[in-house]
Design a protein around this ligand. Structure first.
Ligand SMILES: Cc1cn([C@@H]2O[C@H](COP(=O)(O)OP(=O)(O)OP(=O)(O)O)[C@@H](O)[C@H]2O)c(=O)[nH]c1=O
Length: 633
C-alpha cells in the first residue's frame, strides 16, 4: 500500500494523540493511523514575547502539551505510551500571534485584522518517543513546524458578524475554520492546506521517514531526503522490521546529532535544518564540529546534471525506444540511437538513479511516468517542452551571470542574435517553429483540464483562446462544455503548422482556427476571451494594447479568463515561476493582487483567482458595463 508508507511503522506501537482537536483526530484517522486520544491539560500560557519567532512558540506549546500527557500517563496510569504526538496551530498577522478567540468580540477583532490580507498559519508538531527505565520516564523528542500562507478577501461587517454568529470561529486559531464556512473567506492558500486545518500530514510523514529510515552512515544514499519512502505493505513494515528501518536501532546514530542525548530535529517548513553545525563530544570529551549533510543544497548543486541527463535521454529518444520494446540492454539502445555503449550505459543508469527508468537484470524499462510524460507519444508528453528547455532555455541560462549583471535577456550570447532579429530570423526556421509549438502544446495539453475546470464556464456559449496555438485548451473546453463554440486565434504561421497537433479522434464539434495578430487584427466575437500563458511574456506597453483591445470588443457581462502561475504576494512562491523569471523576458510574473489591479484598469471586475496548485492558476474577471467603467476611469 504505497499510499500509507511510513505510517505503517506505527502499527505495532501504542500511539497517543495529545490533542482535543477533532480536526487532528480526523486527519490522522483518515490515513488509517490507530491511536488513543488523551487531551492535554497544559494551559497555553507561554510568554509569547520570549520567543524569537512565532513557530518557536508553536513548537514549544506543542511540546508542553505532549510532555504533560506523557508524564501523566506514565505517573498516574502507569501505562507509558510508545509515542505521544502533540500539535499547536497559530495564526500570525502583522507580527501578532492569534490563537483561539475568547469571545465573539475577540473573534471580531481577529477576523477584521485578517480581512483583505495575507497571513501565516503555523503548526508546531512534536513527536515524543517514550520509554520507562527504572520507573523513570525517558523521552526522545522530535519537533518541526509547517507554515502556510492564506489570503482573505475583504470582509464586509455584515459578513463578518454573520460568520461569527455561526459559532464556527470559537474553537479555532485565528477565529476561522478553512475547512468549513471559513473557506468562503479565503482568496488563496499557498502551502499545505491540512496544516491550516490543524495538522501538517505531509511533513509529519516525512519526519517519520527520517526517523525510521535515516541515512546509513557508510552506505550510498539512494533515497531523496525529503521524500516519503514508499513501501509495499504495512505487513512488510511491521513483520520484518529490519535493523536499518527501526527507530530504536538508530537511536544511537541519531543521538550523534544531539549533545544532550535528546533528539531535537528542528527543521523549517522548506526542509532546511536550522543550525547546521552541531557540537559533538569525541572520545576525549572534547567538542568537535560535525556538519550535518545539507541535502537540499547538495540537490541544488547537482540539479543541472539531473536536468541535462533528462534532456539528453529525451533528445536521443531513449524513452521512445523503451516504450516500443523493453527491457532493452544498453548495447541495444546504443545500436538503435547510434551512441557509444559505455556512454549510453552511464546515461541509462543515471536515468534509473533519478527514478525515470527501472533497471533489472534483463535490461532497462520505462517507469509509468516515463511512458506518460517522457515518450514523445505519451498521453501527456512533455517531450516538446523538454527539447525546448535543452535547445533554448539551457543556452540562455548558461549566461545567467551576464543576464543578472545586465538585467536583460541573453539571446545575443546564447544564439548570436539580438532579440529583435531572433523573431525575423531564428523563429522563422521551420524546425524552431515546430519545436516551439511542440513545447507550448506539451504544457497546454497537460494543464488544459485544470484551466478548463477551475471555474464553471458553462454559461458562456462562445469562447476565443487568444494565442491558443495548437488548440489543446480549446479541445478540452469543448469536451467539458459540449455546447460551447471555441475559436483559436493565433498568428498565420502558427495556424498553418497546427494540423499535426490535432487529436486523432474527434468526438466533439471541431475547434475553429482563425489567423491574425492579436495586437493589430480584429478579434473574433466571443462571450469569453482566454489568455493562457500570454501576459507574462509581454512588456507593459504591449499588454496595454492587448487588454485595451479585448476590453473594447468585450460586451458587458462577457468575461476574460487568464491562465498563468500566480505568485504569492511576497513573490517567492512557487519557485518554478520565480526561476522562470530569470530568463529575463521583457514581461513579468505577477501576484494575485497585481493581476486584479491590472485587469481592473481595463474595466474588468469581480475578479476571482483560483490557485490550482498545479502548473497553471486561473483568474476570471467580468467586463463592467461601459458607463460604470468610464465613471471610474
Ligand atoms: C486556522 C484553523 C484552525 N483550526 C483549528 O484551530 C485549533 C487550533 O488550536 P490549538 O490550540 O492548536 O488546538 P486545540 O483545538 O486547542 O486542541 P489541543 O491540541 O488539544 O490543544 C485546532 O483545533 C485546529 O484544528 C481549524 O479547525 N481550521 C482552521 O482553518
Amino acid at each position: 500500500m504505497v499510499l500509507s508508507p511510513v505510517l505503517g511503522k506505527l502499527v505495532s506501537k501504542r500511539v497517543v494523540l495529545a490533542s482535543a482537536s477533532p480536526r487532528r483526530q480526523e486527519i490522522l484517522t483518515n490515513v488509517g493511523l490507530r491511536f488513543e486520544v488523551v487531551p492535554s491539560w497544559f494551559k497555553e500560557t507561554l510568554e509569547k514575547s520570549s520567543f524569537a519567532a512565532p513557530y518557536e512558540y508553536a513548537i514549544e506549546t506543542a511540546k508542553q502539551k505532549a510532555l504533560e500527557v506523557a508524564n501523566r500517563m506514565h505517573v498516574k496510569h502507569l501505562r507509558t505510551p510508545d509515542i505521544v504526538i502533540g500539535a499547536d496551530t497559530i495564526v500570525t498577522v502583522d507580527e501578532q500571534i492569534l490563537e483561539k478567540p475568547v469571545d465573539k468580540q475577540d473573534a471580531y477583532r481577529m477576523l477584521s485584522r485578517l480581512s483583505g490580507k495575507e497571513h501565516s498559519v503555523f503548526t508546531g508538531v512534536v513527536i515524543i518517543h517514550c520509554s520507562s527505565k527504572d520507573n523513570q520516564l525517558e523521552t526522545e523528542i522530535t519537533d518541526f513546524y509547517e507554515e502556510t500562507k492564506v489570503k482573505f478577501s475583504d470582509l464586509s461587517e455584515e459578513l463578518l458578524w454573520e460568520y461569527i454568529h455561526s459559532g464556527e470561529p470559537m474553537d479555532k486559531a485565528g477565529g476561522y475554520g478553512i475547512q468549513a464556512l471559513g473557506g468562503m473567506l479565503v482568496e488563496y492558500v499557498h502551502g499545505d492546506f491540512l496544516n491550516v486545518v490543524g495538522f501538517p500530514l505531509n511533513h509529519f510523514c516525512k519526519k517519520l521517514a527520517e526517523l525510521y529510515y535515516p541515512p546509513l552512515k557508510h552506505t550510498i544514499q539512494h533515497t531523496k531526503h525529503d521524500s516519503i519512502p514508499s513501501v509495499d505493505t504495512f505487513e512488510s513494515l511491521s513483520d520484518g522490521e529490519s535493523e536499518s528501518s527501526s527507530f530504536k536501532e538508530h537511536k544511537g546514530a541519531s543521538k550523534l546529532d544531539s549533545p544532550s542525548g535528546v533528539i531535537c530535529n528542528s527543521e523549517n517548513s522548506s526542509g532546511v535544518r536550522t543550525g547546521s553545525v552541531v557540537p559533538l563530544e569525541n572520545q576525549n570529551g572534547v567538542l568537535d564540529s560535525a556538519a550535518k549533510v545539507p541535502s537540499k543544497i547538495l540537490d541544488l548543486m547537482d540539479g543541472f546534471k539531473a536536468s541535462k541527463a533528462l534532456f539528453v535521454a529525451s533528445k536521443l529518444k531513449m524513452f521512445d525506444h523503451l516504450k516500443k520494446r523493453s527491457p532493452l540492454k544498453a548495447e541495444d539502445i546504443a545500436n538503435e540511437v547510434g551512441t557509444s555503449v559505455c556512454g549510453t550505459e552511464r546515461l541509462l543508469d543515471a536515468c534509473a538513479a533519478l527514478g525515470l527508468l527501472e533497471k533489472t537484470p534483463q535490461g532497462y524499462n520505462n517507469t509509468d511516468s516515463a511512458n506518460t510524460y517522457l515518450a514523445s507519444d505519451g498521453e501527456y508528453s512533455l517531450h516538446g517542452y523538454i527539447i525546448h528547455s535543452n535547445d533554448h532555455l539551457w543556452p540562455l541560462f548558461t549566461h545567467l551571470e551576464s543576464a543578472v549583471k545586465e538585467g536583460s535577456r541573453q539571446n545575443h550570447r546564447a544564439f548570436g542574435k539580438k532579440t529583435e532579429d531572433l523573431f525575423n530570423d531564428y523563429y522563422q526556421s521551420q524546425e524552431v517553429k515546430q519545436r516551439f509549438m511542440a513545447a507550448m502544446h506539451s504544457i497546454a495539453h497537460l494543464t488544459a483540464r485544470d484551466v478548463a475546470t477551475a471555474f464553471d464556464l458553462s454559461e458562456f456559449k462562445t469562447a476565443c483562446d487568444l494565442g491558443g496555438c495548437t488548440g489543446a485548451l480549446a479541445h478540452e473546453l469543448i469536451q467539458i462544455y459540449p455546447n460551447m463554440k471555441v475559436t483559436v486565434f493565433d498568428l498565420p504561421e502558427v495556424i498553418a503548422n497546427s494540423s499535426c497537433f490535432q487529436p486523432s479522434e474527434q468526438y466533439t464539434a471541431p475547434v475553429t482556427f482563425v489567423s491574425g495578430d492579436f495586437f493589430t487584427d480584429d478579434l473574433p466575437e466571443a462571450d469569453l476571451y482566454i489568455l493562457s500563458r500570454v501576459l507574462h511574456d509581454w512588456p507593459d506597453e504591449k499588454i496595454h494594447v492587448l487588454l485595451n483591445r479585448i476590453s473594447t470588443v468585450c460586451r458587458p457581462g462577457s468575461a476574460l479568463l487568464v491562465a498563468e502561475t500566480v505568485l504569492d504576494e511576497q513573490k517567492t512562491h512557487p519557485p518554478r515561476t520565480v526561476l522562470q523569471s530569470l530568463s529575463m523576458t521583457e514581461g513579468k510574473q505577477r501576484s494575485g493582487s497585481e493581476y486584479k489591479q491590472l485587469l481592473e484598469k481595463y474595466g474588468f471586475t469581480n475578479t476571482q483567482i483560483k490557485i490550482t496548485g498545479n502548473l497553471l492558476d486561473t483568474v476570471l474577471c467580468f467586463k463592467k458595463s461601459q458607463s460604470s467603467w468610464h465613471a471610474q476611469k
